[in-house]
Design a protein around this ligand. Structure first.
Ligand SMILES: [Zn+2]
Length: 87
């Protein structure tokens, strides 16, 4: 799974709307990917804040916007890169 694929279904995954096989693939990617893993955590923080009707962490929101911008750039460049290898 690429970061682009993970990004597209991340919200559905966090909402529990993906099927089991897809959820497992996303979970594996989030575990391995240093880019998407933190985004998933930021997403969860924002969702929790929304549920509590409190302000989301501004840092988390900013990171998420940055992530979305990165995805959009990849869209215009054709196929996005695979996940960043762990050094
Ligand atoms: Zn990724």
């Amino acid at each position: 799974m690429t970061c682009r694929q993970a990004g597209r279904i991340l919200q559905a995954y966090l909402d529990g709307e993906t099927d089991d096989a897809t959820a497992r693939r996303v979970a594996v990617h989030l575990e391995d990917c240093r880019r998407c893993g933190p985004e998933a955590r930021a997403y969860r923080e924002i969702k929790r804040a929304l549920i509590r009707r409190t302000e989301p962490d501004p840092d988390a929101v900013e990171r998420l916007y940055g992530f979305a911008r990165g995805l959009l750039q990849h869209e215009t460049e054709g196929e996005g890169e695979e996940q960043t290898p762990v050094a």
